[in-house]
Design a binder for this molecule. Structure first.
Ligand code: GCU
Length: 618
């Protein structure tokens, strides 16, 4: 049934997909397994709240001018030539900043800063590079990045949480290169996310920056996964980029599965194959087996580590490798509260996912934007299933075509990057968006694009519930989008935003869909270490009691197949200003920003032990 629906959506979107081709260069995937030179480390920066380095006093863009002023155009990286030469900036004398990192958590004076900030890095690129090509690659930059190399504009990227790259072949010198990037994290209504969110708007080069080196014709991206519910067939496609992409032989080797297959590219440089396999050790949370796979083209080989699992739904069940699962989850923001600021490294991922494992999780909801690739790769290793989401959050401009192409660009980039991650099982289109025809149309099209790109993973969105008319405590999700998603997910805050925890005792949910239900958020704020009665807000006892009552309430929903309580750890939010309690932290974490567990952590841990036993017997 689900695959038939996808076929309908497929035909709907094919014509639509073409319309959305982007100016952006195609994303190079699996960068960590390619030859590259890192530019991470110490950079220089200049804060430019008035964007003087980008706009002249008539507010015309300087980098569009034939002879931009050397005195103010920061992207030129111009150095004073003589004592009389007027230059009103000097990166060499500027302050240092670390990359990857956000700027807010590095400099006291940038804690609240939202605006433009210029990054500068000088570097050499020695050695013979023959016919190879080079790309300047960014794991992400929040929010808008204008990128210049040796004073020349390479391009612009919009969206704070997905990778992008610019070709720099022939533009690099053996010595004395400099890259300059204007990053601007100014919020506004037409953007994605829009102007208001409940997380800190960390700005900057928040993830890795590298020069990636590839052969003249190289493997741009690929898909190597089991076909839908079939563990005997691997679907493969590979895209070549370069002058010799047509009619090329590609070999896929999976030594661990004793298989090696050669297939050829078509005139577009795309090669496809279906490979029969026997007795693959399937990836699952209990045994997260990853196979080394190797793609070989003209003697150039690239490896990756990929898990193979089947994934489907059957009525209200979610089947992984044909077995019903319960998603024992938790929501996570991409933040390392202990160090401060955005999480970005493998160590950060191990810390956050390690805590989730301690909780007894086999699933995490990465809220509300695509997290860094270390998260999904460590989730592959640890056997944690992942919900990945684009920041279509609350009320964005549904009728603005720019907003739509921005949202779909982020969706495509999220999917392209993690298409081969076995851990990722759900693509989420949105969070708590108000029901309207324009909104539903917007999200339906996004679902079509996701189905178009990925024939297997499940589609969802965090919807909202409300009290059924004429009742005081019966809850429904009346949202037309339920028709188009594979998993019905909704946030509910009975006991925190809606009444007190006691209300859970008599609450009922009236859900008419024969689909899996996941509660994508619930929770309560508690200051770690603050103790009192269970009726006193902000105490650990209140949060503990809310978890107790909520889990009992939700466990009565027949279609319940997963939960992701809000949230693993306290996180920064400018909306949370209650002194001595919040102090810029959303306190709904089960762990404090210093890593201390709260009482509710153990309530959920116990519930997950019970759920694990219940589903293991199934
Ligand atoms: C919302 C929202 C979260 C927010 C949370 C809260 O439902 O999705 O981003 O942080 O509730 O209010 O704490």
């Amino acid at each position: 049934m689900r695959h038939f629906k996808k076929l309908i959506l497929l035909s709907l979107c094919l014509s639509f997909g073409a319309l959305l081709s982007r100016a952006q260069e195609p994303q190079i995937i699996n960068v960590e397994n390619r030859a590259s030179m890192t530019l991470n480390g110490v950079w220089k920066y200049i804060v430019d709240p008035y964007q003087t380095g980008y706009y002249d006093y008539r507010h015309d863009e300087r980098d569009q001018q034939p002879n931009p002023s050397t005195a103010e155009s920061l992207f030129l990286g111009y150095r004073r030539q003589s004592p009389s030469d007027r230059v009103e900036y000097d990166f060499e004398k500027a302050d240092n900043i670390l990359v990857p990192r956000d700027w807010n958590s590095q400099k006291e004076k940038l804690y609240y800063y939202e605006g433009s900030l210029w990054y500068y890095k000088a570097f050499d690129y020695p050695g013979d590079h023959g016919q190879n090509r080079q790309f300047l690659y960014f794991g992400a930059a929040n929010y808008e990045a204008d990128v210049y190399l040796n004073g020349e504009k390479l391009g612009k990227h919009v969206g704070g949480f997905t990778p992008f790259n610019f070709e720099v072949t022939g533009k690099l010198k053996p010595a004395g290169n400099f890259v300059i990037i204007k990053v601007d994290n100014t919020r506004s209504v037409e953007k994605v996310p829009t102007i208001n969110t409940d997380w800190w708007n960390y700005g900057g080069l928040t993830r890795d920056v590298r020069i990636v080196e590839v052969p003249e014709t190289f493997i741009q991206d690929y898909y190597i996964q089991l076909a839908g519910g079939n563990d005997q067939e691997i679907e493969v496609w590979v895209t070549l980029n370069g002058p010799e992409k047509a009619g090329q032989e590609i070999t896929l080797e999976i030594p661990g599965a004793k298989t090696s297959t050669t297939f050829s590219t078509n005139s577009e440089g795309v090669a496809k194959a279906t490979i029969g396999v026997k007795k693959l050790k399937l990836w699952s949370p209990e045994s997260p087996t990853l196979y080394e796979v190797k793609l070989v083209h003209k003697g150039h080989s690239m490896s990756d580590h990929i898990g193979f699992r089947t994934l489907e739904t059957e009525g209200a069940d979610i089947l992984v490798n044909g077995k019903p699962v319960f998603l024992r989850g938790i929501c996570i923001h991409e933040e390392n509260g202990i160090r401060g600021g955005r999480a970005y490294s493998k160590e950060d991922a191990r810390m956050l996912l390690g805590w989730a494992k301690e909780l007894g999780c086999n699933f995490v909801r990465l809220a509300h934007y695509p997290h860094n690739e270390n998260m999904t790769r460590v989730a592959d290793e640890l056997g944690i299933m992942v919900w990945s989401e684009v920041p279509v959050y609350w009320t964005i401009q549904w009728q603005n075509p720019e907003t739509f192409s921005n949202a779909t660009n982020q969706l495509k980039d999220m999917i392209t990057r993690d298409l081969n991650r076995a851990s990722v099982i759900i693509w989420s289109m949105a969070n708590e968006t108000p029901v309207s025809p324009e909104r539903t149309e917007f999200l339906k099209k996004m679902i079509g694009i996701a189905n178009d790109m990925d024939p297997v993973r499940l589609i969802s969105a965090a919807l909202e519930r409300h009290t059924k008319e004429g009742t005081s405590n019966t809850h429904v999700v009346e949202d037309p989008l339920q028709e188009y998603v594979d998993i019905i997910a909704f946030n509910q805050y009975i006991g925190w935003y809606d009444g007190l925890p006691d209300k859970c005792k008599t609450a009922l949910f009236d859900i008419r869909f024969d689909k899996p239900v996941v509660i994508s958020e619930f929770g309560a704020g508690a200051l770690q270490g603050l103790h009192g009665s269970k009726d006193e807000r902000w105490t650990e006892e209140f949060q503990e009691y809310l978890f107790d009552e909520t889990l009992k309430m939700l466990d009565k929903i027949p279609q319940l197949r997963g939960i992701t309580p809000w949230i693993l750890a306290d996180f920064r939010s400018p909306r949370r200003v209650l002194s001595d309690i919040q102090d810029d932290w959303n306190r709904k974490g089960l762990i404090s920003e210093t890593g201390e567990k709260k009482k509710a952590f153990y309530v959920l841990k116990d519930f997950y032990e019970m759920k694990k036993a219940e589903f293991t017997d199934k």
